[in-house]
Design a protein around this ligand. Structure first.
Ligand SMILES: Cc1cc2nc3c(=O)[nH]c(=O)nc-3n(C[C@H](O)[C@H](O)[C@H](O)COP(=O)(O)OP(=O)(O)OC[C@H]3O[C@@H](n4cnc5c(N)ncnc54)[C@H](O)[C@@H]3O)c2cc1C
Length: 390
């Protein structure tokens, strides 16, 4: 509930305290320069907040998804943008769930300690988009099943934070689509050491875009990856990626909730202070009702977000709840953004109020990491049992 203490208040207070060092002016300035918020990310990683989902046995805090989602929510609720860091929170999940003991021992403690960044996951491709099973990037094991390396060729698009990461999770096809029984088979997941790869078979081209979000096109030209970097079983990679999506969706739902509360608070305050026609604009029901409406939507979405997180932490099925939470929260934050912009009138367009920056930032979540239509398809076909359309 709005400004009401909950059982996560300690986490909220501590994250808010850290975020106070990075006020609106900080995020506005990095947005203007289209720069990466390096100092903010270093502070978060340094304080251990992004190791919330790494078990204590590997040096993390083992707090679980509910707590992790509160951390993400608070960053956005304080006016920041967790999109610069959320990969560090969830990309290690593929390694944690499907990696070998040796891989986990090698990487997880270093990730938990903030010495290694695993900010990137490369799935999307320019020619196949949402139709992931048709990806064309290939990884071929040289020397047959016992060969010591794979060679990767192909292209990815919209791959975020590559320039601010040490490691990247990569999905590539290891068996041609024509040779598998199910289209979801024959893809594999690898861990890519970006320092070794860039300039040696991997090139990175930044994509200028609507928000201050570091995202890139990737070109693979005979990139060699050691066979020991294969995660889990060859051919099962799509399943490993899918397993991680519920956490990603729930965390991003929480970021949208944070944005939503931020917009509501700004609109509420401004509507109470701005006087036109000799009274605060918020005294007009035409101004106050849309703010109340947007607030109700955020509150409702928040319930679904906590339901998804609770189920995930209890190891119960949560695909439907994670998808629905992401849908509701992204929709509610966008409505709150619109209402806030309308409440500010012309001043909403001025950079100095940060409304236009957050407005752009929250819009992304109806498209990525999964678009609204794909959530409708999931619910229609997997929850309601309607015939599959693709
Ligand atoms: C800023 C940003 C950062 C990103 N970061 C990453 C990242 O780090 N890693 C990564 O792998 N990807 C990333 N993505 C990619 C993102 O996940 C995709 O953009 C998204 O999944 C949609 O894919 P697409 O853009 O190719 O759209 P398309 O697949 O071309 O779809 C375009 C539109 O058509 C709709 N559509 C397509 N097919 C159907 C259908 N059958 N029925 C109904 N509607 C349909 C879609 O819902 C969408 O609205 C990022 C994207 C952005 C914009």
């Amino acid at each position: 509930m709005f400004n009401e203490a909950d059982e996560h208040q300690d986490i909220r207070d501590a994250v808010r305290q850290l975020c106070r060092q990075f006020p609106d002016t900080y995020f506005r300035e990095v947005d203007t320069r289209k720069a990466y918020p390096e100092a903010f990310v270093n502070a978060l990683i340094g304080a251990g907040w992004l190791a919330a989902m790494i078990p204590e046995a590997y040096g993390g805090t083992g707090l679980g998804l509910t707590a992790a989602s509160v951390i993400m929510e608070e960053i956005n609720r304080c006016g920041g943008n967790a999109g610069a860091v959320h990969g560090q929170m969830y990309n290690m999940g593929t390694l944690l769930r499907s990696g070998s003991p040796a891989q986990k021992d090698r990487y997880l403690p270093a990730i938990a300690a903030g010495k290694l960044r695993i900010q990137s996951m490369a799935v999307t491709e320019p020619t196949t988009g949402t139709d992931t099973t048709k990806i064309k990037t290939t990884a071929v094991r040289v020397g047959g099943k016992t060969g010591d390396h794979y060679v990767v060729n192909g292209q990815k698009v919209w791959i975020s934070r590559v320039q601010h990461s040490d490691l990247m999770i990569l999905l590539a096809r290891t068996t041609p689509l024509a040779e598998v029984k199910k289209k979801s088979e024959g893809m594999s997941v690898f861990i890519v050491d970006l320092h070794q790869a860039i300039g040696h078979g991997l090139s990175v081209r930044p994509i200028p875009n609507l928000v201050n979000h570091e995202t890139n096109e990737l070109f693979f030209d005979n990139l060699e990856i050691p066979a020991e970097n294969l995660i889990g079983e060859e051919g099962q990679g799509f399943r490993y990626i899918l397993d991680g999506l519920n956490a990603e969706r729930t965390l991003i739902a929480a970021e949208c909730i944070g944005d939503g509360y931020w917009f509501i608070e700004r609109a509420r305050k401004y509507a109470g202070e701005r006087v036109v026609f000799d009274r605060p604009i918020g005294q007009n029901q035409g101004v106050q009702f849309p703010i109340a409406d947007a607030f109700i939507e955020i509150e409702a979405a928040n319930l679904m977000r906590f339901d998804a997180a609770r189920r995930f932490d209890a190891r119960q099925p949560c695909g439907a709840q994670a998808n629905m939470a992401k849908y509701l929260a992204a929709k509610a934050s966008w409505e709150a953004a619109n209402v806030c912009m309308q409440t500010y009138g012309g001043f909403g367009f001025a950079n100095e109020y940060d409304i236009e920056r957050k407005f752009r930032e929250t819009r992304l979540y109806q498209v990525a990491p999964i678009s609204t239509n794909m959530i409708f398809a999931y619910v229609a076909e997997h929850v309601l049992g309607l015939p599959r359309s693709f």
